[in-house]
Design a protein around this ligand. Structure first.
Ligand SMILES: [Zn+2]
Ligand SMILES: [Zn+2]
Length: 255
């Protein structure tokens, strides 16, 4: 089911400036958190009471009053979802599970990586709790209904073995895709990180077969750095783009 005028918030968290995305359905108040990696207190305070520094980017209300005027009395967190298991994306999942008691979704090929989250955070001087264990699997090309919010998952390995990209279909505007560290504005995820299964050929193939077929105006929310669109990256990305004239003709109108 498509969402109308989605309420999306980006929280840029931790020393690696990772993007945690929060999506809320105005009709029901149902809310999901994608990549709850760090700064869980900040994110929870905002979701619950609009207190604290709030998101770095938002399409939604900025106060309780404003939210209630738009028809949502209370937000209801229904699921936690991860693009992959690097600690900057998953380190604070145990705190979110403790607070909300909801299912956590991850691709099974990142389960091993997830067991290392605490250790790899510590190697950068970051303290996170004992790693959470995901209780629900993300599978390729499957649509998930998290409360009233539907996301289609694409398995996009290459940065990690279990890397995923989650597509939010929107009825009255461009779709949005949450790609973790698979694709960045003008770049792609690293493929040299330890214990991760990174592979540039696999990554490039994931992007070209799973992401490039999406609508060119689809808004891309990467795990780090600015947002972009599928069309811009397909045409201009120096690692996986294709600036051929034919592609330019097709996509140029969306730039
Ligand atoms: Zn990563
Ligand atoms: Zn990352």
């Amino acid at each position: 089911m498509e969402l109308k005028s989605p309420w999306i918030e980006s929280f840029i968290v931790g020393s690696l400036q990772m993007r945690c995305s929060v999506i809320t359905d105005f009709k029901t108040g149902d809310t999901i958190i994608i990549d709850g990696g760090e700064e869980s207190d900040r994110i929870i305070s905002w979701i619950e009471n609009f207190e604290g520094t709030g998101p770095d980017w938002s399409t939604g209300p900025k106060s309780l009053d404003d939210m209630q005027k738009r028809g949502v009395t209370k937000r209801n967190v229904v699921a936690l979802v991860n693009t992959h298991a690097h600690y900057d994306h998953s380190g604070h999942i145990p705190y979110f599970i403790e607070k909300y008691g909801v299912d956590w979704y991850l691709h099974k090929d990142d389960f091993f990586l997830q067991t290392l989250a605490k250790k790899s955070a510590l190697s950068r001087g970051i303290i996170v709790p004992e790693p959470a264990v995901a209780d629900k699997l993300l599978e390729d090309e499957k649509v998930y209904n998290f409360g009233s919010i539907s996301l289609k998952n694409f398995h996009t390995p290459g940065h990690t073995l279990g890397g995923c990209s989650l597509l939010l279909s929107v009825s009255d505007g461009p779709d949005h895709i949450f790609v973790g560290d698979t694709l960045f504005a003008g770049s792609v995820g690293r493929t040299d990180l330890p214990n991760t299964g990174g592979d540039f050929t696999v990554l490039s193939n994931s992007i070209k077969t799973k992401l490039w077929p999406l609508e060119p105006d689809t808004v891309v929310h990467p795990g780090h750095g600015p947002m972009t669109t599928i069309g811009v990256e397909k045409l201009t990305n120096p690692f996986v783009g294709d600036s051929s004239e034919e592609n330019h003709r097709f996509i140029g109108k969306y730039l």
